[in-house]
Design a protein around this ligand. Sequence first.
Ligand code: PMP
Length: 285
Amino acid sequence: MRELGLVNGNLVDMSDSFIPMEDRGHQFGDGVYEVTKVYNGRCFALRPHLDRLYQSLRAIRIPATYTFEELVEFHELLIKESGITEGAIYLQITRGVAPRVHSFPEQVVPCLTMSIRPSGPINPEFKERGVKIILIPDERWLRCDIKSLNLLSNVLGKQQAKEAHCFEAVMVRGDHVTEGTSSNFFVVKDGVIWTHPATNLILKGITRSIILERLAKDLDLTILEKPFGVPFVKGAEEAFLSGTSTEIMPVTSIDGVAVNNGSVGPITRKLQLAYARLIDEECHR
Ligand code: PMP
């Protein structure tokens, strides 16, 4: 088993690969990315991840120079050649390499880089007992729906969470709670699940969509895509995060105040179990 990279369709050792100095991803964050989880040697929910990748490319006007089938093939190749069965595949496409001028270069070929690594361990206790989060101001731009490489606000927010000994920082823009620095955010109030609508102010997470379109339906849970504020969150019965790497993560403390007396609520638990079953169905059968 070894970590492995792929640059413009060719396999490379991670230690050998290099990024040209004038790659626009490197200099401007001019590109988009996706992360897909690998369970039991198979990609989970690859189609929606690739659909979102094409949407992000369109949004920032980078031409799609790889077909869906090619990208699937590259994911499979990385799994096969690395021998990694439990991991994550990172993919990014930048506008390409050109002398540093802000406007788009005339003739430039988008640059695809991918890598596979074993999954970083998420402490199983977090899943079992829940995590702490802090609320911070959302200082990002107004196109958070694009999965772009510009993650500086997210990086600073996650570091703030780390320094506060918290798992995640959830952001607040004006009167509304938007999402985590690398996850979507949900609360349960009077038995109903609430999450911020999929506007330009959040990333429409694949895990979020799975919860909305499949798990909540299968479990007959009521779910609302409606903005809510900090007092609403502080009065919530349950709270949880969702994301490809985060999966479904119970939140049991917000800004130092316990949620549900500090224990994981029943709706969050049901969703966690249903999500694990779905992974099992898609990747283990
Ligand atoms: N919001 C942000 C800002 C993220 O970075 C992520 C992780 N990519 C998510 C939400 C969750 O999205 P997904 O479920 O597609 O991983």
